[in-house]
Design a protein around this ligand. Structure first.
Ligand code: KQY
Length: 373
């Protein structure tokens, strides 16, 4: 049984490692709900199968599927991918799964954030979300990792770390009154220090334009190495993304990480701009329990939403005009890894992308260097 711990990761000298550190594997969830995914979720299931298959080239993959979808998911996914029965409200494992932490002795534990479907009854995306909120605990049971239940509404896609003491977040998301209305900026920073084991929080402003998560960092920017950040970029001054990316660039240029370093920035072009079509919108079931998905909605497409696997990068293919440019940037940023592109417009239509549907499980056993305060 997985133990629930009463202290904090920082008090126990645990911290969140960077995604580019070694993994034991990766978790995903099977997309199912017809009021978020068009055509009974079949196109999204096909896209997720391709993503899971691509990641499985590099590391072990587990997919959670509900009881009624288990057999179908099992048949669609390659045999090398483990499928386990797990109830959930949608498939955003990054946000509903645990945020793993490690210590210098190579042990691993998990942080289980309070999940409220990106805003609860004040702008959240669906109701109910209790099954989602139980996912992190179930994953930790299966991984046999001890659990910290954090007293904070948060999602894995709302935080990125360099594994050396620095976290990257957005004000739009972390300070949104629909997450932790009674916590000040300073209190949220302190909670991140306690639960991620960081000593420096770099605040960007808004997230990617029209991102329905209230501006998750994992659409806007991420660490590709200590001291190096990839940023969604837009050169068109008339596009609402222009000012957002520009502001993020200025803040990143002014920032110092936990070790006092300045940050190098890799600009990944924004795809599109991309919009949902009438045919895509028609396939989504109208429901009073989920937000509507009307046609011609601006999609929060971003190449920053890639997954870093052991020896590989699995990136979204979203626009033939920019896919290759983004892939070339990622090849240069990750010289030791193979960059694999997967068409993921069907995942984007549901509001996220490859990073949002995945959760890495850090490797155990090896010695790690504790970030200095
Ligand atoms: O950005 C993410 N980590 C998740 C996107 C969730 C979208 C919900 N429809």
């Amino acid at each position: 049984m997985s133990r629930t711990l009463t202290r904090t990761p920082a008090a126990d000298r645990f911290w969140m490692p960077a995604e580019f550190e070694p993994h034991a594997g990766c978790w995903l969830l099977w997309p199912e709900r017809p009021d978020n995914w068009r055509d009974g979720a079949l196109p999204a299931q096909r896209a997720l199968t391709k993503v899971a298959t691509a990641i499985a080239r590099f590391e072990p993959v587990t997919v959670g599927a509900s009881a009624s979808h288990f057999q179908f998911a099992r048949r669609q996914l390659p045999a090398a991918i483990r499928v386990v029965e797990m109830s959930h409200d949608d498939c955003w494992m990054r946000d509903v799964g645990p945020t793993f932490v490690v210590n210098a002795g190579g042990e691993r534990r998990g942080v289980d954030w309070i999940f409220n479907a990106w805003g609860g009854l004040n702008g959240g995306l669906y109701f109910p979300w209790a099954a989602d909120d139980a996912v992190a605990q179930k994953v930790l049971e299966i991984e046999a990792d001890a659990r910290y239940r954090a007293p904070l509404v948060n999602e894995g896609g709302a935080v990125h770390v360099d594994g050396q003491g620095t976290a990257l977040v957005t004000e739009q998301c972390l300070l949104n009154p629909n997450r932790n209305p009674n916590m000040s900026r300073a209190a949220i920073e302190t909670a991140l220090e306690h639960y991620l084991g960081v000593s420096r929080v770099i605040w960007l402003g808004a997230g990617v334009f029209n991102d329905e998560t209230d501006g998750h960092i994992d659409e806007l920017a991420c660490f590709v190495a200590p001291g190096v950040v990839a940023l969604t970029w837009c050169d068109n001054r008339r596009d609402p993304q222009y000012a957002i990316s520009r502001d993020a660039e200025v803040r990143l240029r002014d920032a110092r990480d936990a070790r006092g370093r300045t940050l190098a920035i890799i600009k990944l072009p924004q795809p599109g701009p991309l919009y949902s079509t009438a045919a895509e919108a028609r396939g989504v079931l109208a429901s009073e329990y989920a937000q509507p998905r009307p046609a011609r909605t601006r999609l929060a497409g971003s190449y920053v939403n890639f997954y870093i696997a052991n020896g590989g990068i699995v990136m979204p293919l979203l626009d033939p005009r920019t896919d290759r440019i983004a892939a070339n940037h990622l090849k240069r940023a990750f010289p030791g890894r193979k960059v694999v592109g997967v068409p993921t417009r069907e995942i984007l239509l549901g509001g996220g992308n490859i990073h949002c549907i995945t959760q890495q499980v850090p490797a155990t056993g090896g010695k790690r260097e504790q970030p200095k305060k």
